[in-house]
Design a protein around this ligand. Structure first.
Ligand code: NAD
Ligand code: UFG
Length: 337
């Protein structure tokens, strides 16, 4: 099966391409490389023996998409391409709405022209806002987002839901990721944030490797067991497998399919710091700082629906997430350089 993968050179997309090739799928990657490096293609090839077809281009460029669709018999699309930095989205809302919302609309328009009716979209647990109840199920309330990035994900979900009502012969899958972390176990592929990392795990990894002095723990006065924020961290390889399960189970079935991709377990910031210390063999320096505006206390997924419908369940442990991140970070201290 040929699958167009937008943003396939990025963190989650690249790991998904590796797992797709292993599952005998053929990813055709498009990426404008605004947040990734061409070298990723070499790493995918080294791991799989296959160099995926790659087009450098933008999902907002309809003529470019038309050309790609005309050159391949594409059966489905996985749409990872987008901007994802919460803080940056507050200062650059137009760029975020243009890239994430407009980009998704242009893509679906090109798919409609090409007669491709199956799309899997990278959504986020951020659409749930601050949940009243955990674990979060797919029918928990959505839309109370706190920043333009989160709103852009929610808007795309709404646009796609309306589009599905008009085109009920499509298969539209919204995957709401919880907190993707970890790296390929080979240590050759992983997350390579530009500038100061926004997210916990890459920040811890850069402290451990000596690129940063210490972690700021954003708040220890939440109503959680140790007072620090609790999240559902999921290994990127499990997440990658979740996409393949979704494509296989519902990618050819008409419908609007919505799934949480998480583990169903919550871990605190201090638990992650401790686990990383064990993985790298030395304690990770940190200091307690004020809460980060917009953060929620706790968030983890109900995984029952994905398990039942997709036959998929995350299996990798926090110890594997931290060990694989450390393997990647210590072998590539400067990322893809
Ligand atoms: P990433 O930045 O590593 O990957 C995104 C890729 O898309 C990059 O390679 C970038 O160059 C490319 N891209 C961006 N805009 C593009 C455009 N207009 N045209 C073509 N290519 C473009 O991010 P990631 O962590 O791999 O995330 C993938 C998707 O998953 C994103 O949509 C993100 O919002 C979503 N998501 C990520 C997380 C997370 O914590 N990483 C959580 C929930 C949802
Ligand atoms: N944290 C710190 N110090 C840091 C970074 C994070 O203490 O330097 C804490 C946060 O306060 C939070 C936890 O670590 O309690 C996780 O923070 P992340 O920034 O790694 O992740 P978030 O849960 O805030 O957000 C992430 C993605 C969003 C996505 C959301 C979905 O960044 O894009 O998960 O749940 F929408």
């Amino acid at each position: 099966m040929k699958v167009l993968v937008t943003g396939g050179m990025g963190y989650i997309g690249s790991h998904t391409c590796v797992q797709m090739i292993k599952a005998n799928m053929e990813p055709i990657i498009i990426d404008n490389l605004c947040n990734s490096k061409l070298m990723v293609l070499d790493r995918i090839e080294a791991l799989t023996g296959v160099r995926p077809t790659f087009y450098q281009g933008d999902v907002r460029d309809e003529a470019f998409l038309d050309k790609v669709f005309s050159e391949h018999d594409i059966q489905a699309v996985i749409h990872f391409a987008g901007l994802k930095a919460v803080g940056e989205s507050v200062s650059k809302p137009l760029e975020y709405y243009d890239n994430n919302v407009n980009g998704s609309l242009v893509l679906v328009r090109a798919m409609r022209k090409a007669g491709v009716k199956s799309i899997v979209f990278s959504s986020s647990a951020t659409v749930y806002g601050d949940p009243e109840v955990v674990p979060i199920t797919e029918s928990s309330p959505v839309g109370a987002t706190t920043n333009p990035y989160g709103r852009s994900k929610y808007m795309v979900e709404e646009c796609f839901s309306d589009f599905y009502k008009a085109q009920p012969d499509w298969s539209i899958t919204l995957l709401r990721y919880f907190n993707p972390v970890g790296a390929h176990p080979s240590g050759t592929m992983g997350e390579d944030p530009q500038g100061i990392p926004n997210n916990l795990m890459p920040f811890i990894a850069q402290v451990a490797v000596g690129r940063r002095e210490k972690l700021s723990v954003f708040g220890d006065d939440y109503s959680t067991p140790d007072g620090t924020g609790v999240r559902d961290y999921i290994h990127v390889m499990d997440l990658a497998d979740g996409h393949i399960a979704a494509l296989n189970a519902v990618g050819q079935k008409e419908g609007l399919h919505i799934y949480n991709l998480g583990t169903g377990n919550g871990s605190s910031v201090l638990e992650m710091v401790e686990a990383f210390g064990e993985a790298c063999g030395k304690p990770v320096s940190y200091e307690i700082c004020p809460r980060r505006p917009g953060d929620i206390a706790e968030c983890w997924a109900s995984t029952a629906k994905a398990e039942k419908d997709l036959g998929w369940k995350a299996t990798r442990t926090i110890a594997e997430m931290t060990a694989d991140t450390w393997n990647w970070q210590s072998k590539n201290p400067e990322g893809y350089k």
